[in-house]
Design a binder for this molecule. Sequence first.
Ligand code: MN
Length: 423
Amino acid sequence: MIEANDPSLKSWVEVPKGSDFPIQNLPFGIFKTQSSNARVGVAIGNQVLDLLILNKLGFFDDFKIHDSVFNNPYLNDLIALGKPFCGALRQRISKLLNINNPELRDNKNARLKVLNFSYNVQMQMPIKVGDYTDFYSSMDHATNVGTMFRDPANALLPNWKHLPVGYHGRASSIIVSDTPFHRPKGQTKPADSDLPIFGPSKLMDFELEVAFVIGKETKLGETISTEEASNYIFGLALFNDWSARDIQTWEYVPLGPFLAKNFASTISPWIVTLDALEPFRTAGYKQEPKVLPYLKYKGEKNIDIQLEVFIQPENGEDNLICKSNYKFMYWTMEQQLAHHTSNGCNINICDLMASGTISGPTPDSYGSMLELSWKGTKPITLKDGSERKFINDNDTVTIRGFSEKHGVRIGFGEAKGKLLKSL
Ligand code: MN
């Protein structure tokens, strides 16, 4: 077991009940305050630990890390030091925050310098994303979409159970939680028209996803086996792959998603390490028919992460509209990575790989408005009495997620985005 994951650990930093960030989590992110520039931090309870100042004060002397790794607007340089190195650093941070360790606990001067209350910090985009890939790995989601648009009897296309379907997305428009954006314009073809029109999307949707961050690169031509794959995965974040369904329907044939998805994708600011999530591994769906040898894996490779989606109308209350779970993924991260590199495609530090919409087997677990409202035929009623088939202007969509076991809750914070009216 990873020492920093021990459920019995306690911190001298107060961690409120139900907090996403107990001492067993210690996710990495980038924050700034009114008086400091962007830098690397770690979340603990309602506070953010400043790793740059800890380094300057000598608390990481054994690691010999240059200040520039922490005095940095992205986590890339830290993650590039390697997963074993970052794991050891997480272990050191766990020691420093441990209730029984006086080193930092009893050094009031240092304590005041390295801890910032969350309400005083502004979270930044955590990583400079290299390449971004989006998969389509939830069987319930793929089945729902196939049922709606093709044939309920043959909802999954012939390839679906043989390979994790994916496409190359766009990294430039990935935005951190709390960054509003405008409803995209695009080309659509109304059902009652022979010709397409150009204008604001009328069918804006979210996609409930989880993304993983690459923590080790490969060279062109190298492949990764399912067994080694977890060594290449640094951590995970919540991800909303905003989608304009009307643009998508018209443009996606024959090459797949393009402008319907590349205008904005929202990521949560804390990267929860895969190390912290290892205790929550669980079994996934049985894969039948059997997969090809390069996609076979041993053990439990899914992760139990409870996921929730909320819609908040302008000046209104949050409405819980979906409860799903990352364990509903048919294809695991390890298989996605093995498949992605099976042709020799190289991967780089801080590439991002998203799961695809994560729907579960029941209608309350569907991870998009397309499915929740079943193509707009079953509107959802919010607490204020208004109805939603898709997302309205000025709605805020929030994804939350956490794993919980043995009294330990490893949370992700949130991926929140407000849809502004089209420009
Ligand atoms: Mn997607």
